[in-house]
Design a protein around this ligand. Structure first.
Ligand code: LRH
Length: 472
């Protein structure tokens, strides 16, 4: 076997990570080499991602990895949060900073587009959860803002193209655009047409586990990058995180817990019924042609946004201190509806939460830092209760006999939330990796490099799972 190293880049809404996989004594060993903060920035025309900072951070991580791996780098893959994209000119150079999906323009775009294209029809065509963040509404908002039509790439795929890879749309990421036909698994000509978008500007679709060519450009001057393959993993970080769970069988569900909590189970094909539609579940691409059947639930965003509100008031406890502060508090009398669209927006989270409590006839909480423990407790109980509700539905819709739920990602370290989740769901909570997206990213690279089977086959998924087990 080739004993050179591999690199996984995982772009997160709060932080981005560059990790290295090496083979000392023939056994795989992973290492987080570079981590840098990320977050949306408010510009005059809305909320954006600081693309230059992200690119510089990735480049720094790649250089550090090269310095650590004299044996050379065999492959690189990039995953990241879904839905956001970079608009490009004909030379593939960015035209502008990408928008952030939390920009309020999407809420307006969604309402407007639904006047031409009913949500029912869209659901039938795409099988995915109706969310205003989906790429479709963002492209529609671009059109309404009269930006000239242009090519675009989702962020992870953009980073791969920046390294010299073929510009593509990886399937697991593309499904979150709401532009993929759930039946044909191709771009939906109907939705492009009805939204006034140009299908000829959409990238070529490829499955996770596709080779995109060799690394090119200035980095290639480093010895380590002489002969490095670029690979599309599951570019959607959630699909990567699920690929990083080394579980077999049919009795497990997942919570991929980060800024969002993605709560659901893997199925062999999209799940559809009037009740599934009513519950607004999603069907997104997974590795090896499988399907992620889940729901986006508001996640650590609630906690992080409260934390930044308190920080503005000079109170900087940090998340672990906040979690400790609410230990032993009695369960809140009224729970939050964590998926209220208002709670997905940025800023003023304690005020937003109180607005909801008051609307429900409950008393508002103390918005000063003294009230922090009661907010944190409310958030944890409300999230766990929502997880239980969603997992109950997952059982009904899939017919699975669930026994375990794997919690992966940054939020899996939240022991109190895990305890409440176990209590409220009645399932065994298994803590997976905090860096599950990175594990899944590496596992797909290894399966791509080492296996002869088609990336769209279930045997490919089996190999990915076996690599995830070896890397865990
Ligand atoms: C998690 C995630 C999620 C999407 C959202 C945009 O990072 O990719 O699966 O819904 O970000």
């Amino acid at each position: 076997k080739d004993s050179r190293a591999s690199i996984a880049v995982d772009l997160g809404a709060e932080s981005c990570r560059v990790s290295l996989l090496r083979w000392p004594d023939g056994a795989p060993q992973t290492q987080l080499v570079h981590r840098f903060g990320n977050g949306p920035v408010q510009r005059e025309d809305g909320l954006h991602w600081p693309l230059d900072r992200i690119v510089d951070g990735v480049e720094e991580g790649l250089r550090k990895c090269a310095a650590l791996a004299p044996e050379g780098i065999r492959s690189i893959a990039v995953d990241g949060w879904a839905v956001d994209y970079v608009r490009l000119n004909d030379e593939g150079v960015p035209i502008a900073e990408p928008f952030c999906y939390r920009d309020e323009r999407n809420v307006r775009a969604e309402a407007e587009l639904h006047q031409h294209l009913s949500p029912e029809r869209m659901r039938e065509a795409t099988g995915i959860q109706q969310l205003s963040i989906n790429t479709l509404y963002q492209l529609y908002a671009d059109r309404k803002a009269r930006y000239p039509p242009s090519r675009w790439l989702n962020l992870p795929e953009y980073m791969l193209a920046w390294m010299g890879g073929e510009p593509v749309a990886e399937f697991t990421n593309a499904t979150h655009s709401q532009l993929i036909d759930v039946h044909t698994r191709e771009w939906s000509a109907e939705i492009f047409r009805e939204a006034g978008l140009r299908l000829d500007l959409a990238p070529r679709l490829v499955p996770p586990g596709t080779r995109l060519g060799k690394l090119r450009g200035p980095l290639q001057q480093l010895d380590a990058f002489r002969d490095t393959e670029l690979i599309a993993p599951a570019c959607h970080d959630t699909a990567s995180a699920i690929a990083g769970i080394p579980a077999v069988g049919e009795d497990w569900a997942y919570i991929s817990s980060g800024t969002w909590s993605l709560v659901g189970a893997l199925t062999s094909r999209p799940v559809d019924s009037p009740a599934v539609r009513e519950d607004n579940f999603t069907n997104l691409g997974a590795v090896g042609g499988a399907n992620c059947f889940h729901k986006n639930v508001n996640g650590m965003w609630l906690l992080k946004q409260c934390e930044s509100a308190w920080t503005e008031q000079g109170f900087t406890p940090g998340v672990s201190e906040l979690l400790r502060s609410c230990e032993g508090l009695a369960p809140p009398a009224t729970l939050l509806e964590v998926d209220d669209p208002d709670l997905l927006l940025m800023g003023q989270m304690p005020q937003r939460i109180n607005r909801q409590l008051v609307a429900k006839g409950a008393s508002p909480l103390d918005e000063s830092p003294d009230g922090a423990p009661t907010f944190v407790s409310l958030i944890l109980y409300s999230l766990a209760s929502r997880y239980a509700e969603v997992l109950g539905r997952v059982k009904q819709h899939t017919g699975k006999e669930l026994r375990r739920v794997f919690v992966v990602g940054g939020g899996s370290r939240n022991a109190q939330l895990n305890r409440l989740t176990a209590e409220m769901t009645g399932l065994e909570v298994c803590c997976g990796s905090v860096e599950s997206s990175t594990l899944g990213n590496f596992a797909v690279q290894l399966a791509t490099l080492e296996s002869a089977c088609s990336p769209s086959s279930s045997s490919f998924a089996g190999e990915v799972c076996e690599w995830a087990r070896q890397l865990s």
